[in-house]
Design a protein around this ligand. Structure first.
Ligand code: 2P0
Length: 317
């Protein structure tokens, strides 16, 4: 038998930036995301007990990904023994989009493995399992908006759909070229935890999480963008104010884009910036404003790679 799952990536509007338990990927705060239509991972899993170990192909290339092997060990702990697997994963998250693929990759892998084992688990259980591979993967099972409840232990930390109304929201993704060495999410979060502002960030984030849910349920794109921008910028302040190995993901080009977003906002457009573990800027806007934002960025920075994404679907099999 062979089983396939397709999971879309997501962008956090209220960020996950810090773990209270590294082994379980338990976050310090709850987070909230929009699933994106354009970017996804499709993963096929086949039980093959002739193999001596699990084998993984990524975009048709055999890879030895320690993180995936460790995750399959976690799944065997949680679900009980299962035979060796052959895994074929295809990432439709072009590096040019400047988005991380670990969210869609671990969600698709979890869905496909569980399907291949013939288990019938609810989506919140799948989310809880995928969290162990990568925190943000917990949110990639749900179309449109998802909330990941921080929880207090392995059982209580999972995501679910927000059941939000449809709305004309769009995301303009601007990829910034960067020579600087990337600080991975796990490392970046550890450094951020040493910021004297971390406790304040947790408190503010809790309020922003509540306010964001109201804004999403009211389909108020301006409010969504305003809160998302404030949350993202304070996340990046933590990196700068870390007492151990302070750092920044911002480059000169990032700052130029943020300036343009600010100018567009003052011209009356809906344009709000959010950023993740890298220099790329994602602009939250109304679908009708997206083209103008792209034109303006293109005129100012002709080499910038730009993509538009909209709300994406649930995981599918
Ligand atoms: C997020 N990010 O909420 C935050 C905002 C990046 C910045 O989740 O260590 O790959 O695998 O749990 O999920 C990216 O971190 O981290 C991330 P791990 P993950 O989307």
């Amino acid at each position: 038998m062979t089983s396939t799952a397709k999971a879309h990536t997501n962008i956090a509007f209220i960020k996950y930036w810090g773990k209270k338990n590294q082994q379980l990927n338990l976050p310090t705060t709850s987070s909230l995301s929009l699933t994106l239509d354009k970017f996804y991972t499709k993963t096929t899993v086949t039980i093959d007990d002739t193999l001596s170990t699990d084998v993984l192909y990524l975009n048709n290339q055999k890879v030895d990904a320690t993180r995936v092997h460790q995750f399959l060990d976690v799944l065997r702990d949680e679900l009980g023994y299962f035979p060796t697997l052959k895994i074929n994963s295809y990432n439709h998250v072009p590096t040019s989009a400047g988005l991380a693929s670990s969210a869609s990759a671990f969600a698709a892998l979890t869905g496909a493995v569980v399907q291949e084992l013939g288990l019938h688990l609810d989506t919140c259980t799948l989310s809880r399992l995928a969290r162990r591979g990568s925190g943000s993967a917990s949110r990639s099972f749900f179309g449109h908006f998802a909330v990941w409840h921080a929880g207090i232990d392995n059982d209580s930390s999972f995501a679910e759909s927000l059941h939000a109304p449809a709305m004309p929201i769009a995301l303009v993704v601007a990829e910034v070229s960067s020579q600087q060495k990337k600080v991975g999410s796990t490392e970046g979060m550890q450094r951020a935890l040493t910021s004297p502002d971390y406790g304040n960030w947790v408190n503010n984030s809790q309020q922003q999480f509540i306010d964001m849910q109201s804004a999403v349920m009211a389909a108020d794109i301006e409010k969504i963008g305003t809160i998302a921008e404030a949350n993202a910028m304070s996340m990046h302040d933590l990196n700068l104010t870390a007492t151990q190995h302070p750092f920044t993901y911002f480059t000169a080009e990032t700052q130029r884009i943020l300036q343009i977003v600010d100018d567009l906002k003052h011209q009356g457009l809906l344009a709000f910036a959010t950023m993740d573990a890298g220099p790329n800027v994602k602009i939250i806007t109304h679908v009708e404003h997206a083209q103008l934002i792209i034109q303006t960025l293109n005129n100012a920075l002709p080499n910038l790679k730009l993509e538009i994404a909209q709300s994406g679907p649930d995981i599918s099999y």
